[in-house]
Design a protein around this ligand. Structure first.
Ligand SMILES: [Zn+2]
Length: 253
Protein backbone atom coordinates (compact mmCIF):
# COMPACT_ATOMS: atom_id res chain seq x y z
CA UNK A 1 0.00 0.00 0.00
CA UNK A 2 1.16 3.49 -0.73
CA UNK A 3 0.81 5.71 2.29
CA UNK A 4 2.46 8.85 1.02
CA UNK A 5 2.55 10.80 -2.16
CA UNK A 6 5.49 10.06 -4.36
CA UNK A 7 6.90 13.57 -3.94
CA UNK A 8 9.09 12.84 -0.93
CA UNK A 9 10.46 9.72 -2.52
CA UNK A 10 11.20 11.50 -5.76
CA UNK A 11 12.93 14.31 -3.94
CA UNK A 12 14.99 11.77 -2.01
CA UNK A 13 16.00 10.14 -5.26
CA UNK A 14 16.95 13.45 -6.77
CA UNK A 15 18.93 14.48 -3.72
CA UNK A 16 20.80 11.23 -4.00
CA UNK A 17 21.76 12.18 -7.52
CA UNK A 18 19.61 9.52 -9.05
CA UNK A 19 16.70 11.53 -10.39
CA UNK A 20 17.83 11.74 -13.96
CA UNK A 21 17.04 8.68 -16.01
CA UNK A 22 20.17 6.65 -16.55
CA UNK A 23 21.43 6.88 -20.09
CA UNK A 24 20.18 4.04 -22.19
CA UNK A 25 17.52 3.21 -19.66
CA UNK A 26 13.82 3.08 -20.44
CA UNK A 27 12.10 5.80 -18.44
CA UNK A 28 9.45 3.66 -16.83
CA UNK A 29 8.81 6.18 -14.07
CA UNK A 30 8.05 9.40 -15.95
CA UNK A 31 6.83 11.19 -12.79
CA UNK A 32 10.49 11.52 -11.82
CA UNK A 33 10.74 14.43 -14.22
CA UNK A 34 8.29 16.54 -12.27
CA UNK A 35 10.34 17.79 -9.33
CA UNK A 36 11.95 21.13 -10.21
CA UNK A 37 13.10 21.81 -6.62
CA UNK A 38 15.07 18.60 -6.62
CA UNK A 39 16.59 19.42 -9.97
CA UNK A 40 17.80 22.76 -8.64
CA UNK A 41 19.38 21.09 -5.63
CA UNK A 42 21.06 18.55 -7.84
CA UNK A 43 22.71 21.29 -9.89
CA UNK A 44 24.30 22.64 -6.69
CA UNK A 45 25.83 19.30 -5.79
CA UNK A 46 26.59 17.47 -9.00
CA UNK A 47 27.30 13.77 -8.75
CA UNK A 48 28.54 11.50 -11.52
CA UNK A 49 25.60 10.23 -13.56
CA UNK A 50 24.80 6.56 -13.25
CA UNK A 51 24.20 4.65 -16.45
CA UNK A 52 23.91 1.02 -17.41
CA UNK A 53 22.69 -1.02 -20.35
CA UNK A 54 19.61 -3.22 -20.07
CA UNK A 55 21.89 -6.23 -20.11
CA UNK A 56 25.57 -6.15 -19.31
CA UNK A 57 28.52 -8.31 -20.28
CA UNK A 58 28.82 -10.32 -17.04
CA UNK A 59 32.34 -9.12 -16.46
CA UNK A 60 33.13 -7.84 -13.01
CA UNK A 61 34.99 -5.38 -10.87
CA UNK A 62 35.52 -6.94 -7.46
CA UNK A 63 36.20 -4.88 -4.36
CA UNK A 64 39.17 -5.30 -2.05
CA UNK A 65 38.59 -7.04 1.25
CA UNK A 66 38.01 -5.45 4.61
CA UNK A 67 41.12 -4.81 6.67
CA UNK A 68 40.18 -7.06 9.53
CA UNK A 69 37.69 -9.71 10.46
CA UNK A 70 34.78 -8.22 12.40
CA UNK A 71 34.96 -9.08 16.07
CA UNK A 72 32.28 -10.88 17.98
CA UNK A 73 31.01 -14.42 17.98
CA UNK A 74 29.26 -16.58 15.48
CA UNK A 75 30.07 -18.46 12.33
CA UNK A 76 32.27 -16.53 9.92
CA UNK A 77 31.08 -16.20 6.32
CA UNK A 78 33.27 -14.49 3.75
CA UNK A 79 31.77 -12.61 0.83
CA UNK A 80 32.95 -10.75 -2.22
CA UNK A 81 31.34 -7.66 -3.71
CA UNK A 82 31.36 -7.50 -7.52
CA UNK A 83 29.89 -4.79 -9.74
CA UNK A 84 29.17 -5.47 -13.40
CA UNK A 85 31.67 -3.44 -15.43
CA UNK A 86 28.99 -2.00 -17.73
CA UNK A 87 27.50 -0.05 -14.82
CA UNK A 88 28.99 3.43 -14.95
CA UNK A 89 29.00 5.96 -12.12
CA UNK A 90 28.91 3.44 -9.27
CA UNK A 91 32.54 2.58 -8.47
CA UNK A 92 32.92 -0.80 -6.83
CA UNK A 93 34.71 0.64 -3.78
CA UNK A 94 31.74 2.84 -2.93
CA UNK A 95 29.22 0.06 -3.49
CA UNK A 96 31.25 -2.32 -1.32
CA UNK A 97 31.57 0.30 1.41
CA UNK A 98 27.80 0.77 1.52
CA UNK A 99 27.13 -2.99 1.53
CA UNK A 100 29.69 -3.71 4.24
CA UNK A 101 28.42 -0.85 6.40
CA UNK A 102 24.94 -2.36 6.12
CA UNK A 103 26.10 -5.88 6.98
CA UNK A 104 28.24 -4.71 9.90
CA UNK A 105 25.54 -2.40 11.28
CA UNK A 106 24.47 -3.05 14.86
CA UNK A 107 20.94 -3.63 13.52
CA UNK A 108 22.18 -6.08 10.86
CA UNK A 109 22.40 -9.87 10.68
CA UNK A 110 25.56 -10.01 12.80
CA UNK A 111 23.81 -8.40 15.77
CA UNK A 112 22.57 -11.68 17.23
CA UNK A 113 25.99 -13.28 17.54
CA UNK A 114 25.07 -16.13 15.17
CA UNK A 115 27.05 -14.79 12.23
CA UNK A 116 30.13 -12.81 11.45
CA UNK A 117 30.44 -11.49 7.91
CA UNK A 118 33.68 -10.42 6.32
CA UNK A 119 34.27 -8.89 2.91
CA UNK A 120 37.21 -10.52 1.15
CA UNK A 121 39.04 -9.54 -2.00
CA UNK A 122 38.98 -11.16 -5.44
CA UNK A 123 41.85 -13.58 -4.75
CA UNK A 124 40.53 -14.90 -1.46
CA UNK A 125 38.15 -17.80 -0.92
CA UNK A 126 34.56 -16.71 -0.33
CA UNK A 127 31.36 -18.34 0.86
CA UNK A 128 29.15 -16.14 -1.31
CA UNK A 129 29.32 -13.18 -3.67
CA UNK A 130 27.14 -10.09 -3.69
CA UNK A 131 26.69 -8.88 -7.27
CA UNK A 132 25.37 -5.50 -8.43
CA UNK A 133 24.09 -6.22 -11.93
CA UNK A 134 22.10 -4.96 -14.90
CA UNK A 135 18.47 -6.10 -15.15
CA UNK A 136 19.27 -8.61 -17.91
CA UNK A 137 22.19 -10.14 -16.01
CA UNK A 138 19.93 -10.36 -12.97
CA UNK A 139 17.79 -12.80 -14.95
CA UNK A 140 20.78 -14.93 -15.93
CA UNK A 141 22.26 -15.11 -12.44
CA UNK A 142 18.96 -15.58 -10.62
CA UNK A 143 17.66 -18.27 -12.98
CA UNK A 144 14.11 -17.76 -11.70
CA UNK A 145 11.10 -15.90 -13.10
CA UNK A 146 12.99 -13.47 -15.34
CA UNK A 147 11.36 -10.25 -14.16
CA UNK A 148 14.30 -7.91 -14.72
CA UNK A 149 12.94 -5.90 -11.80
CA UNK A 150 13.61 -7.56 -8.47
CA UNK A 151 16.80 -8.77 -6.83
CA UNK A 152 17.37 -12.35 -5.74
CA UNK A 153 19.57 -14.94 -4.08
CA UNK A 154 20.53 -18.04 -6.02
CA UNK A 155 22.80 -20.45 -4.17
CA UNK A 156 25.91 -18.50 -3.25
CA UNK A 157 24.99 -15.62 -5.53
CA UNK A 158 23.32 -12.63 -3.90
CA UNK A 159 22.12 -10.61 -6.88
CA UNK A 160 21.23 -6.92 -6.49
CA UNK A 161 19.50 -5.29 -9.46
CA UNK A 162 21.14 -1.93 -10.24
CA UNK A 163 17.78 -0.53 -11.36
CA UNK A 164 16.51 -0.93 -7.79
CA UNK A 165 19.82 0.27 -6.30
CA UNK A 166 19.45 3.49 -8.29
CA UNK A 167 15.69 4.04 -8.23
CA UNK A 168 14.33 1.99 -5.30
CA UNK A 169 10.62 1.37 -5.91
CA UNK A 170 7.82 3.88 -6.54
CA UNK A 171 5.98 4.83 -3.36
CA UNK A 172 8.31 2.90 -1.04
CA UNK A 173 8.01 5.61 1.60
CA UNK A 174 11.57 5.28 2.84
CA UNK A 175 14.59 7.06 1.44
CA UNK A 176 16.99 5.56 -1.08
CA UNK A 177 19.59 4.52 1.47
CA UNK A 178 16.92 2.69 3.46
CA UNK A 179 15.86 0.80 0.36
CA UNK A 180 19.46 -0.12 -0.45
CA UNK A 181 19.99 -1.36 3.10
CA UNK A 182 16.77 -3.33 2.79
CA UNK A 183 17.75 -5.02 -0.48
CA UNK A 184 21.16 -5.99 0.89
CA UNK A 185 19.78 -7.38 4.15
CA UNK A 186 16.84 -9.13 2.49
CA UNK A 187 18.89 -11.01 -0.10
CA UNK A 188 21.72 -11.80 2.31
CA UNK A 189 18.99 -12.97 4.71
CA UNK A 190 18.05 -15.59 2.13
CA UNK A 191 21.69 -16.71 2.00
CA UNK A 192 21.59 -17.11 5.78
CA UNK A 193 18.58 -19.39 5.45
CA UNK A 194 15.63 -17.06 5.97
CA UNK A 195 12.44 -17.29 3.91
CA UNK A 196 9.76 -14.70 3.26
CA UNK A 197 7.67 -13.16 6.02
CA UNK A 198 4.43 -11.19 6.30
CA UNK A 199 3.57 -7.74 7.63
CA UNK A 200 2.57 -8.18 11.32
CA UNK A 201 0.03 -5.35 11.23
CA UNK A 202 -0.81 -1.94 9.83
CA UNK A 203 1.71 0.69 10.85
CA UNK A 204 4.24 -1.84 12.13
CA UNK A 205 7.75 -2.03 10.67
CA UNK A 206 7.95 -4.41 7.74
CA UNK A 207 10.09 -7.47 8.54
CA UNK A 208 13.29 -7.39 6.50
CA UNK A 209 12.27 -10.70 4.96
CA UNK A 210 8.95 -9.26 3.75
CA UNK A 211 9.05 -8.66 -0.02
CA UNK A 212 9.02 -4.89 0.41
CA UNK A 213 9.90 -4.36 -3.23
CA UNK A 214 6.48 -5.61 -4.27
CA UNK A 215 4.32 -4.08 -1.56
CA UNK A 216 4.32 -3.04 2.08
CA UNK A 217 0.77 -4.26 2.86
CA UNK A 218 0.23 -1.61 5.53
CA UNK A 219 3.68 -1.92 7.11
CA UNK A 220 6.30 0.81 7.27
CA UNK A 221 9.60 0.50 5.39
CA UNK A 222 12.28 -1.22 7.45
CA UNK A 223 15.72 -2.39 6.41
CA UNK A 224 16.85 -4.22 9.55
CA UNK A 225 16.56 -7.70 11.06
CA UNK A 226 17.21 -6.33 14.56
CA UNK A 227 15.27 -3.42 16.04
CA UNK A 228 16.06 -2.04 19.49
CA UNK A 229 18.54 -4.87 19.94
CA UNK A 230 15.98 -7.63 19.33
CA UNK A 231 15.34 -9.86 16.37
CA UNK A 232 12.34 -8.52 14.48
CA UNK A 233 10.47 -10.95 12.23
CA UNK A 234 6.99 -11.68 10.94
CA UNK A 235 5.05 -14.86 10.27
CA UNK A 236 6.35 -16.96 7.41
CA UNK A 237 4.58 -16.35 4.14
CA UNK A 238 4.47 -14.30 0.97
CA UNK A 239 1.86 -12.17 -0.77
CA UNK A 240 0.59 -12.80 -4.25
CA UNK A 241 1.85 -9.44 -5.46
CA UNK A 242 1.99 -8.61 -9.13
CA UNK A 243 5.47 -8.16 -10.59
CA UNK A 244 6.03 -4.69 -12.05
CA UNK A 245 6.93 -4.54 -15.73
CA UNK A 246 10.51 -5.54 -16.41
CA UNK A 247 13.09 -2.89 -17.16
CA UNK A 248 15.12 -3.34 -20.27
CA UNK A 249 14.89 -5.96 -22.95
CA UNK A 250 15.77 -9.57 -22.37
CA UNK A 251 19.10 -10.72 -23.62
CA UNK A 252 18.79 -11.64 -27.30
CA UNK A 253 19.03 -15.38 -27.91
ZN1 LIG B 1 13.11 -12.54 -1.11
Amino acid sequence: MLRKGTGAVLLALLLAGCGAPAAGQPTTTPEKNAAPAGTARMSRAPVPPVSYPATGSETWSTADGEGRTPSGGGQLLRYRVSVERDIKGLPVAGVAKAITATLNDRRGWTAGGTWRLRRVGPEQPADFTIYLVTPGTRDDLCDDVPDGYTSCRNGNKVVLNVARWVKAVPGYGGDLSTYRQYMVNHEVGHRLGHGHELCPGRGEPAPVMQQQTLGLHGCEPNAWPYLDGRRYAGRSGAYDDELPPREGARRAG
